[in-house]
Design a protein around this ligand. Structure first.
Ligand code: UD1
Ligand code: CA
Length: 481
């Protein structure tokens, strides 16, 4: 409630979005890790309204499912075959309880950067002036395609005209209708009853409410915002990318103000859901997605993707692709590693260069430094996995687990054939293929002892460069004979 007045938010999302040329409904296209409609829902919820009503029609099941999953309390109504923003709002009013009185805030599902502060301002101005309709407008150098705000000589709003219905003179007006409004519910409902579809598009225009409310003695105001991004609509992929870039810039600026270093903000992409503590450093080319959390002092990047990943304090993640992992404090990852869901890396642990891991718990201080695959395994604290080790977790039918004890030493290029257990403090020799349990403290060796065949090259590869090099190396030096 503001000044004792109840608020309902109506979100228009029935339009088709033809210019997206997409099989995905327009309002479901994502920027900053959320669908356009989810950004608008987040802002709507930020107003703490009594009701939120979303109007759907095109691909209604898909759009409604996304809305309900994100914001279960939202009332969803379907617009009938009468087209236009006015008809859409009329349908929404029908979903509000009979007794609802107060203000209706109208938002568009395809205007994702609208924010709570702008709407609170619009609501405050609306109630201070005792207005029945307050329009969020903006001054655009290039107003093409948008509705224009018509004012009289004294500057009072006298109506809104759509570009397709505008005269040559009206088209020169640069104050545009942002498509975001506050209405007094009763005045809006009365106006909608009298609006027809006699216009260039044959639609029931919400914009016609301005003239109708004025005609019945109401007050209509337009507040021009100096932040034109808050009313920027997404109608095609170019505008989708532009809104996404601006949202990213705003998201990163917020993190910078909170104490996060971005070496090059324009070269990093951060979902709105990501949390980053002060004194973390994000290097260029980092893409931070979903429910990623980065703690203080951590360094991420360059060229790193983190999705749904926790990075502990002072950890380092360099040039890697990391999904659904937990990386504890002081641990290091990369360069060039692929960390898949279910990986946990303990405090001061290490996943080094060219390592793939999946569903593997790596203990505190344990290291997988080079060129390995570790999957479906648990690796004890302080264990060391030699370069080139492969955990063969898949027998062609099922996946099996491998357990490696604390402080075990797995020799380079070992193949650990799951299911298998290597005891605490045990060793495997270089190149071992380990199929049987290794007891704590034991050494597992599976490769036959080395045999050398003297003179094999001279006998079997005569006249090769190898044979010549061998011969030169074998010429006895003076005095040796
Ligand atoms: C609308 C305004 C225009 C304003 C512009 C700002 C009208 C008549 N015109 O034009 O003055 O400058 O927004 O972006 O309102 N929708 C429905 N049902 C419909 C038609 C549209 O729910 O039958 C929804 C759309 O999904 C969209 C919103 O309403 O979210 C705006 O519709 P759109 O067709 O984009 O209106 P514009 O022509 O851009
Ligand atoms: Ca639009």
């Amino acid at each position: 409630m503001r000044d004792g007045r109840a608020v309902a938010v109506v979100i228009l999302a029935a339009g088709q979005g033809t210019r997206m040329k997409s099989s995905l409904p327009k309002v479901l296209h994502p920027i900053g890790g959320r669908a356009l409609i989810e950004h608008v829902l987040t802002t709507a919820e930020g107003l703490n309204p009594e009701y939120i009503v979303a109007v759907v029609r095109h691909e209604k099941e898909r759009v409604a499912a996304t809305i309900s999953a994100f914001a279960p309390d939202v009332l969803i109504v379907e617009q009938d075959e009468i087209p236009g923003t006015g008809r859409a709002v009329e349908s929404a009013l029908g979903a509000l309880p009979e007794h609802f009185q107060g203000d209706v805030v109208v938002l568009s599902g395809d205007v994702p950067l609208i924010d709570v502060a702008t709407l609170e301002n619009l609501l405050a101005g609306h109630s201070e002036a005792g207005a029945q309709m307050s329009i969020l407008s903006a001054i655009f150098d290039d107003p093409k395609g948008l509705g224009r705000i018509i004012r009289d000589e004294s500057g009072d709003v006298i109506g809104i005209v759509e570009e397709k219905d505008a005269s040559v003179l009206e088209r020169q007006i640069t104050e545009i209708n942002g498509g975001i409004y506050v209405f007094d519910t009763a005045a809006l409902a009365a106006a909608l009853q009298t609006i027809d579809t006699n216009n260039a598009q044959g639609e029931k225009y919400l914009t016609d409410a301005a003239a109708k409310i004025l005609a019945s003695g109401g007050r209509v105001l337009a507040h021009a915002t100096d932040d034109s991004w808050v009313i920027a609509g997404v109608n095609d992929r170019v505008q989708l990318a532009a809104a996404g870039t601006e949202l990213n810039r705003r998201t990163i600026e917020q993190h910078q103000r909170n104490g996060v270093t971005f070496t090059d903000p324009a070269a990093s992409y951060v979902d709105v859901t990501v949390q980053i503590a002060a004194d973390a450093v994000i290097e260029p080319g980092s893409i931070l997605r979903g429910n990623t959390v980065i703690e203080s002092g951590a360094v991420v990047g360059p060229a790193t993707t983190l999705a749904d990943t926790f990075v502990g304090a002072d950890a380092l993640v360099l040039r890697s692709e990391v999904h659904g992992a937990t990386i504890a404090a002081n641990a290091t990852v990369g360069p060039f590693s692929y960390i898949r869901p279910g990986t946990t890396l303990g405090v001061a642990g290490k996943i080094g260069a060219f390592v793939e891991s999946k569903n593997t718990q790596i203990g505190d201080g344990a290291k997988v430094p080079h060129l390995s695959y570790v999957g479906d395994a648990s690796i004890g604290a302080e264990a060391n996995i030699g370069a080139g080790t492969i955990i063969a977790n898949y027998d062609g039918v099922n996946k099996h687990r491998t357990n490696i004890g604390e402080s075990a030493r797995v020799g380079s290029k070992s193949v650990l054939v799951a299911p298998v257990t290597i005891g605490a403090g045990a060793y495997t020799a270089a190149g071992a293929v380990v199929r049987k349990e290794v007891a704590p403290g034991a050494l597992a060796m599976s490769v036959a002892a080395q045999r050398n065949f003297e003179g094999w090259v001279a006998a079997n590869r005569p006249d090769t460069t190898s044979a010549k090099a061998a011969a030169a190396a074998n010429i006895p030096k003076d005095g040796e004979r």
